[in-house]
Design a protein. Structure first.
Length: 170
């Protein structure tokens, strides 16, 4: 059940929605609501309330709004993988995580193809921060972690733009 039905004006979206439908408030109480993600298997909407360090959920079928997680590591940046697990970025724990129904684990470095499909991941023995490609031919992947810099050789040729000659690469 919505908390409020507001009168709004729909401009230039004819055919995409009915101009007479109201804008509804379905959840309130967040300081900074961000990053909504619809989770089809659960029939709910999940989002971050970053300053309150919590993850919230709204279930339209029941109208229930609840805290999914508190002390949530300031998680945000949601995406669902092909298995339905939620992949999230934890700013507080400085890592990318996978949430499988409340069981949250670090996954190291996730690798995606240019279309955004997950190809796999590289596990690292400590928390990772960021990475870059380098080396003389651009095939080395360098990973910055909590206490170490790691390197792994790749087979990709996409690390350098193809139109830059080998001698001109940074």
């Amino acid at each position: 059940m919505p908390l409020a039905r507001l009168t709004g004006t729909v401009i230039g979206l004819q055919g995409l929605m009915r101009a007479t439908d109201p804008l509804e408030i379905v959840a309130e109480g967040s300081i900074w609501a961000e990053g909504p993600l619809w989770i089809p298997a659960r029939g709910c909407l999940r989002w971050s309330d970053i300053p309150n360090n919590r993850i919230r959920e709204y279930e339209p079928a029941s109208g229930v709004v609840r805290d999914y997680a508190t002390d949530a590591g300031f998680a945000n940046g949601w995406r669902q993988d092909v298995d339905g697990s939620v992949v999230q970025c934890s700013h507080g724990r400085r890592r990318v995580e996978r949430d499988r129904g409340g069981l949250v684990s670090a996954i190291g470095v996730i690798v995606f193809d240019p279309r955004g499909a997950e190809l796999g991941w590289i596990t690292v023995p400590e928390l990772t921060g960021n990475l870059c490609f380098g080396g003389a031919d651009g095939h080395d992947l360098y990973i910055a972690a909590s206490t170490c810099i790691y390197r792994i050789r790749t087979n990709t040729h996409a690390a350098w733009p193809q139109d830059i000659a080998a001698g001109d690469r940074p």
